[in-house]
Unconditional design. Structure first.
Ligand code: SF4
Length: 292
């Protein structure tokens, strides 16, 4: 849950998730729709699907016990090098490096890395440094300390070099550590419009299930069957960010189709809250339901 997401956002989800799925077996045995519903609003839904698949693998291949070898952990769906190293070192106090955003900043400064850290060569250099500096034992403590150093002392702005325990071996300290780490130039934000249809018929709303990687398995309002005239006002609109896009979601009334299209289904209005829905579409549906 914490991948790309702040602790404050995750806390409530985490508690509710553990109430709903208290064991690996409970998660592995749950229908995917329930898993997506519990995740709704956290975004990056591939994480929920991966967690679900990983629970199945742990139940079926490891007798319900979380694997204890680095290669086995790293082979679980959704687990990359950082997560595998974090579990291996924090849970089992075994020897594996970790490079998260804080550690990347500390290491980039210590080795005075002047290539962008969000490129393949930059990542290779960081992981090589992390591997090289790793002590033979007490890795749990060491990795925690490295993360804390980044969070509290070697901060993005105003690093406190004079208080830093690794000042003597830091190559960036005598220069301008704030200029590190270097990152690739960001893509400019692009405006995007997403026009959807509001079709209520016989106490049911027409929804469409996502099939692409972004919202796979989640329900959303169907796309408009035909472009609207330029002067037609939407029933509502809202904006949300998606990667480097600023998306404006507009909802228009549309005629009832003779039959639902591919991946579309009618959902009774009193069941809308129980289906897993893409967060911006949930906001739109709630607003329009409130307005009646
Ligand atoms: S000496 Fe300064 S730049 Fe180097 S690791 Fe410590 S706080 Fe960061």
């Amino acid at each position: 849950m914490l991948q790309q997401t702040q602790v404050a956002t995750v806390l409530d989800y985490y508690r509710r998730w553990l109430e709903r799925f208290p064991t690996v077996a409970a998660l592995a045995g749950a229908p995917e729709a329930d898993v997506l519903r519990a995740w709704e609003g956290l975004g990056y839904y591939a994480r929920a699907r991966n967690l679900h698949r990983a629970a199945g693998i742990i139940r079926d291949q490891y007798g319900g016990e979380f694997p204890r070898e680095l290669e086995q952990i790293a082979a679980l769906p959704g687990v990359g090098r950082y997560t595998a190293g974090a579990v291996f070192s924090f849970a089992y106090d075994r020897r594996a490096p970790i490079v998260d955003a804080n550690v990347a900043r500390v290491l980039a400064r210590i080795i005075h890395l002047r290539i962008p850290i969000d490129t393949a060569p930059g990542q290779r250099a960081l992981w090589a440094a992390a591997e090289l500096l790793l002590p033979a034992e007490n890795v749990r403590l060491y990795n925690s300390a490295l993360m804390e150093l980044g969070a509290l002392v070697c901060t993005p702005r105003g690093p406190q070099c004079l208080l830093c325990p690794v000042l003597a071996c830091c190559a960036a300290a005598p220069h301008d550590p704030e200029r590190l780490p270097v990152k690739k130039a960001r893509k400019p934000t692009t405006a995007l419009t997403e026009d959807c249809a509001w079709i209520v018929h016989g106490g049911r709303l027409l929804l469409q299930q996502g099939v692409g990687s972004r919202w796979k398995g989640l329900w959303k309002l169907p796309p408009l069957p035909a472009p609207t005239p330029d002067d037609q006002e939407p029933l509502m609109h809202l904006t949300y960010p998606f990667t480097h896009y600023q998306v404006t979601l507009r909802v228009f009334p549309a005629p009832t189709p003779a039959t639902p299209g591919e991946h579309q289904a009618w959902c009774p209005l009193d069941s809308l809250e129980s289906v897993a829905m893409a967060a911006p579409h949930r906001r739109a549906v709630r607003q329009l339901m409130k307005e009646g």
